[in-house]
Design a protein around this ligand. Structure first.
Ligand code: MLC
Ligand code: AMP
Length: 507
């Protein structure tokens, strides 16, 4: 019987020369494919020694490092479920995720062990390890005593869960999108082919590894092709420009491209060996697309995806034009349609809700069957919450979102969450968070707040108070206190008017 473990496919793609370099870090350390094999075996053996029940979640909030990748691969290898968490999350956020996911293992950085372990123990987690980006921590200390031979866990069904990614989705609190081994493998294989991965490719990996883009699209892309990665723990545009001549593939959110364009060293010569620049996670401005072409001679390939589905569409790698402002075509195996409010399929060029189906589409939200049901149509399409259109040549353009979501520098900010915190502050009557254009982050949140009669509310204090509770990228970049919020006849706050009013704040 076939083992559906995603790790089996990734391991099978390792090159025959296991001593070749698999990962080179920004500070010059080299890891061979053999190192990856042995270290993932040791960590997998440590996990197995804990005698965790099947389907156990391994929640991880650590700085980016090669060892963090090994932990991810080891979790797959041992047959458990990986749950990555943004390093910017603070205690209230972590408390929610750990409480909701009930992981059997939590791995955090040493500096956070005190508060994270308290939260974990309260939620019934008995195993809390530490891992720092300097290759220290109790996880590796314990794994060092384990064998470097490990028999991969047998994954019976491709539908078995491999990872949970928390996402704000369309409404409500963060929900855990359950991604299966089959979801992730099918997407990796489709992209390997569609983007023309080939022997000798070298990927510059500069994205965080707690979201789809860095963890799945970039990492799986290189691994399933047996390609070397230049592994940068932080996004450092100058270092990337320096490393470009050694690489062939780069992936980034639009903010990364904007910041790279500000580097004087970015030119055709630096990009002479590159064959592919991929952008996604947020809309890429046509100005950035054009400027990149002028400076480097390369046409950025824009693609579209989400946590619940991994990659859905892509501009062509070859055999067609990469059109700026569009996200290309539905990937092979993905069925994508644009639907109107009455459930009718929209004619060419007309705008509607984007719905998708395919082997890459997740099975549902963790322990939320009702919510899952709401997000799927009766004929099995997932409602993405994105609004778009398809032109006469089949190119898909995303024109907006029906979900109330701000995407800032590639990170999702869910206004209802921030508004909830602001509304609970003393003296505040109500609030609205809207996204406005920003030259660096693409879009940022701006808070508009009203006070209770007679109360004096200080915008600076609101921001300071949010900073103590929430991940930094969620903090509004500006806060205004006003007499009232604009409303329509139904009494609903007109966020479009607020967006319009503040659209030039950062111009
Ligand atoms: C950092 N800051 C942000 C921010 N990132 N503000 C708004 N939006 C962001 N994304 C703020 C911090 O709050 C802080 O403010 C200041 O910038 C410096 O913080 P930093 O951590 O030093 O920032 P920096 O390292 O420069 O990070 C910027 C970045 C990072 C663009 C490199 O945000 C990033 O890596 N983004 C990529 C996100 C990503 O991978 N998304 C993929 C999602 S997957 P202060 O005031 O505290 O100083 C997905 C599906 C798909 O969407 O299709 O791919
Ligand atoms: P996440 O929930 O973090 O997975 O974010 C997914 C969302 O990012 C999608 O639903 C889109 O709204 C947005 N997104 C991803 N790629 C693109 C893109 N190329 N252009 C516009 N929006 C994008």
């Amino acid at each position: 019987m076939k083992n559906n473990n995603l790790f089996a496919a990734l391991r099978a793609a390792f090159p025959s020369d296991l001593d070749a370099v698999a990962i080179e870090t920004g500070d010059g350390l080299n890891y061979s494919w053999r190192d990856l094999d042995r270290s993932t075996a040791m960590i997998a053996n440590l996990l197995v020694s804990l005698k965790l029940p099947a389907g156990s979640r391994v929640a991880v909030q650590v700085e980016k490092s090669v060892e963090a990748v090994m932990l991810y691969l080891a979790t797959l290898r041992a047959g458990y479920v990986f749950l990555p968490l943004n390093t910017a999350y603070q205690s209230a956020e972590i408390e929610y995720f750990i409480g909701n996911a009930e992981p059997a293992v939590v791995v955090c950085s040493k500096k956070n062990f005190g508060w994270v372990s308290k939260i974990a123990f309260k939620a019934g987690t008995h195993n809390v390890f530490t891992l720092d980006d300097d290759r220290t921590g109790s996880l590796l200390e314990r794994a060092a005593h384990c064998s470097d031979k490990h028999e991969m866990a047998f994954v019976k069904s491709a539908d078995d869960m491999a990872a949970i990614l928390y996402t704000s989705g369309t409404t409500g609190r963060s929900k855990g999108a359950m991604l299966s081994h089959g979801n992730l493998l099918s997407n990796a294989l489709v992209l390997k082919d569609y983007w023309g991965w080939k022997p000798g490719d070298v990927l510059i990996h500069a994205l965080p590894i707690f979201h789809v883009h860095g963890l799945f699209v970039a990492l799986h892309g290189a691994l399933i092709n047996g390609s070397k990665m230049i592994w940068l723990s932080k996004f450092d545009p100058r270092l990337i420009v320096k490393k470009l001549p050694e690489a062939t593939v780069f992936m980034g959110v639009p903010t990364l491209y904007v910041r790279l364009l500000a580097e004087p060293g970015l030119d055709k010569q630096a990009c002479r060996n590159m064959r592919l620049f991929v952008a996604g996670s947020a809309p890429l401005l046509i100005e950035t697309f054009n400027e990149w072409k002028d400076r480097t001679g390369h046409t950025i390939l824009e693609r579209y995806g989400m946590s619940e589905t991994a990659m859905l569409t892509s501009n062509p790698y070859q055999g067609g034009e990469r059109r700026g402002g569009t996200v290309g075509f539905a990937l092979p195996g993905v069925s994508l349609r644009v639907q109107g409010d009455d459930g009718q399929t929209m004619p060419t060029g007309e705008i509607g809700g984007i719905q998708v189906k395919g082997p890459n589409v997740f099975k549902g939200y963790w322990r939320m069957p009702e919510k899952t049901k709401e997000e799927f149509t009766e004929d099995g399409y997932f409602k993405t919450g994105d609004v778009g259109k398809i032109d006469e040549r089949g190119y898909i353009t995303i024109v907006g979102r029906s979900k109330d979501l701000i995407i800032s520098g590639g990170y999702n900010v869910y206004p209802a969450e921030i508004e909830g915190y602001i509304n609970d502050m003393p003296g505040v009557a109500e609030s609205a968070l809207v996204g406005v254009p920003h030259p660096d982050f693409g879009e940022v949140g701006v808070a508009v707040v009203t006070s209770k009669p007679g109360a004096a509310v200080d915008p600076g204090q609101i921001v300071a108070s949010l900073k103590s509770k929430l991940a930094n990228f969620k903090i509004p970049k500006q806060c205004f206190v006003v007499d009232e919020l604009p409303r329509n006849t139904m009494g609903k706050v007109q966020k479009n008017l607020l967006r319009e009013q503040h659209k030039n704040l950062f111009a």
